[in-house]
Design a protein around this ligand. Structure first.
Ligand code: FAD
Ligand code: MG
Length: 295
């Protein structure tokens, strides 16, 4: 069987793309490894109609609705190789099976690289976050910390006082210049130069090198990001540098530099979210569908 479209990545972006193609009665295959980026969090915020829902519940409801369409197949596996062929694209999964489709949609997301600080990874998505829009409100105006992990710390720190009194932990990673110090002062930010030695077990409290403890309701970091899969690179899709890492370059129709290969969601946008992934996925799905007709 030659599918109309294979979608790699079956989370918010991939399912949203699939829904458009399924509703056009097209044969699609979704290959998904089940590693959503927000699987560490118990609540998802800011997505219309689903504010505060469990991230997995949003994804599984969406999957259930997609699978109700008869032309959709789903396999749980990792796509390890992608190759252009005369008819379209061949995807090989870790299981050894391979599949062919006329169009390909990459909705594979990104991975966050967390700083190597004792205690931090256990609190990721619970008390340690990257996105104040997603998790700032629930800190209820409590003490908020920013651990500098990149020069983006200044941007994040200047926003955070809208969510609570803010301390910036420089941790010998970032050194604000005079203009930045003035901006921080204007926003009422406390700047802490003493290095950080650990994060608490259940709370995001910071222990400094001297043993001093700073109690915090939540801690924000600026992780580097990596594309979750090498498929775009294997196909020769152009990548572009974003503020946190590389992303797949797309046009307004979500098509990559390789004709017939689309990308959507976190893999193809800096500072993505569930809402953006869903919108992007819908665009990629309709664009892939129309390209099957008009090209
Ligand atoms: P993902 O949801 O990451 O899904 C990608 C899918 O592709 C995964 O299932 C993965 O296993 C699969 N995949 C990857 N490579 C392959 C491969 N080679 N073969 C097969 N499958 C593959 N956003 C919000 O809007 N609100 C929030 O409250 C929020 N909270 C967050 C909390 C945390 C801790 C983090 C890290 C992120 C949060 N986000 C939040 C951001 C949100 O998780 C992402 O924007 C969203 O998941 C992007 O959706 P996506 O479909 O592009 O990618
Ligand atoms: Mg997806």
């Amino acid at each position: 069987m030659i599918y109309d479209t294979i979608i790699v990545g079956g989370s918010y972006a991939g399912i949203s793309a699939g829904l458009q193609l399924a509703r056009a009665r097209r044969q699609i295959l979704i290959i998904d490894a089940g590693q959503r980026r927000n699987r560490f969090a118990d609540h998802s915020h800011g997505f219309l109609g689903h504010d505060g829902y469990h991230p997995g519940a949003i994804a599984s409801k969406a999957r259930e609705q997609l699978m109700a369409y008869p032309t959709v197949e789903w396999i749980t596996n990792t796509a390890i190789h992608a190759k252009a062929e005369k008819i379209g694209y061949r995807i090989t999964a870790g299981s050894g099976q391979s599949f062919t489709a006329r169009r390909l949609i990459l909705a594979t997301g990104i991975k966050d690289e967390l700083p190597d600080l004792p205690g931090l990874s256990a609190l990721w998505g619970k008390k340690v976050f990257h996105c104040p829009y997603c998790h700032g409100y629930e800190l209820n105006g409590g003490m908020t910390g920013v651990l500098a992990t990149s020069p983006l710390a200044i941007h994040q720190t200047l926003m955070l006082p809208d969510w609570g009194p803010t301390t910036l932990f420089l941790n010998e990673v970032f050194e604000p210049d005079a203009a930045q110090l003035a901006q921080l002062a204007r926003r009422g930010v406390t700047v802490e130069a003493e290095p950080v030695s650990s994060v608490g077990k259940e709370q995001a409290d910071i222990t400094l090198a001297s043993g001093r403890i700073i109690r915090l309701a939540g801690l924000f970091i600026q992780p580097r990001t990596r594309l979750s899969s090498p498929l775009a690179a294997q196909l020769g899709c152009e990548l572009e540098a974003g503020p946190t890492g590389e992303f797949i370059k797309i046009d307004t129709m979500r098509e990559t530099s390789v004709p017939g290969v689309y990308a959507c969601g976190d893999a193809a946008v800096a500072a993505g979210s569930v809402a953006i992934a869903v919108g992007d996925g819908a665009r990629a799905g309709t664009a892939a569908h129309q390209s099957l007709i008009f090209r």
